[in-house]
Design a protein around this ligand. Sequence first.
Ligand SMILES: Cc1cc2nc3c(=O)[nH]c(=O)nc-3n(C[C@H](O)[C@H](O)[C@H](O)COP(=O)(O)OP(=O)(O)OC[C@H]3O[C@@H](n4cnc5c(N)ncnc54)[C@H](O)[C@@H]3O)c2cc1C
Length: 470
Amino acid sequence: MDSFPDNLSPLSNPSSITGENANIILGGGLAGLSAGYVLTKAGLNVKVFESDAAVGGLSKTILKGGFRFDLGGHRFFTQNEKINKFVIDLMNGELLSVNRTSKIFMRNKFFDYPLKPFNAMFGLGVATTLKIVTDYGAEKIKRFTKEDDDISLEDWVVSNFGRTMFNLYFKEYSEKVWGVECNKISKEWVAQRIKGLSLWVAIKNAFFKFSGQKVDTLVDKFLYPPMGIGQISDKLKEGIEKGNSVFTNTRVAQVRHEGFVVKSLNAKNCDQIYDVEGSEFISSIPLTNLIRMLTPLPPQDILKAASQLKYRDFVVVTVMLNRERVTDLTWLYLPEQDILLGRIHEPKNWSPHMAPEGKTHIVSEYFCSEGDKLWNLSDEELTSITVEHLGRLGFTKKDEVIDSCIVRVPNAYPIFEVGYEGHYNKILNYLQNFKNLHIIGRSGMFRYYNMDHTIECGIEMAEKIIKNSK
Ligand SMILES: Cc1cc2nc3c(=O)[nH]c(=O)nc-3n(C[C@H](O)[C@H](O)[C@H](O)COP(=O)(O)OP(=O)(O)OC[C@H]3O[C@@H](n4cnc5c(N)ncnc54)[C@H](O)[C@@H]3O)c2cc1C
């Protein structure tokens, strides 16, 4: 059955939505589902509310006309043994081990990603390579004499990689992703994202593979479910439904509280509005939305702080092709500003089951903000721009295109603007007053979490509730 488009459907068993007190989970992405799964296994009562027609959130897989694709290819990798085992057991070991072979397209050339010294030297020329190395050396020497006063992404990258490397490799892509200049993005984002990485570690990794295994950004093998990343969420949902309920197409509109205790929520499915009481409330929906849903509303300063936190959105354009295969790549990064696309991938290189026989598809990601020019382009315009760009890169010809599918994804990346911490901490301090309201997940906690961290915080929250229930 195709999972696109997502039609609204009424609840098959409306009486099950209300009823006895349960642990209520807002959002059926990986965080909410992981929490629900662990609570269900412990025999507790759980209800999950998901506004979309399918579960999975950012980690879902769309199915259209026999083609499957993630909302931007999702590799599963973790250094946390407990989470690795949780996912492998959940999937009964049915996971593919995929080699990562990514490239970056700059100055009209394809480079290995992460950069490899010889490939970079041939592509960039000896003069630029020497400049990279001397700039890096100069920054290292500066480190001995000056205190670490890095504030922004730009500061952090320049002091860890040198100015030439920043201009060449990081600046344009980061500005495409965030939509603002790198000196306005907090260093916290990049420090979390490429923790432990420096030019020296990257070079060592290129020569002696083992050193990269400690840095997520450099890992060259990952796990992937044969039918797309959404299989993990589907398995979690199946587990919850052995005794409990996941309500899809059901949007939470209000979270009602009294004396810092949440009493109930108000959820809408089709034209019906339901009042749902509960004991513990776990939210994985965007933090800023949760704040605005609290009834009564929080004080003005909290609402103001919430209005200062922003998420970056993106549009996924998938073009289906009457052709066996286009690339052998996991991802291709496209930093340059005159190419509107940010990143592409070909799902068949992740699992052969992602496309019908003899056909393939390319998934393109456009970073943008909800309501901006790109977001508002029609589906036809987005398809035509994508096909044109893919043609320019030498990947597709117009007459090979057999179909396309556009998905607009809000709240994909929390934006860590310089100074965001003040607003964020104010909100967290306020929420800590609540006795039975908990936040988890990437959107829910406004953290740059990958799937492993997301699953981990869902599990940890469930374990805390189980412990307190005894
Ligand atoms: C482009 C991209 C690529 C990524 N690639 C990787 C990767 O390769 N590897 C990796 O480990 N991680 C990757 N990630 C991160 C990964 O997607 C997230 O860590 C994870 O999916 C977050 O799950 P979550 O449950 O916290 O949030 P979400 O997935 O955002 O889930 C929140 C859920 O709440 C629902 N919701 C919102 N409002 C309401 C409401 N009012 N009522 C009811 N439900 C509501 C939403 O529909 C959604 O399903 C990537 C992320 C992006 C954006």
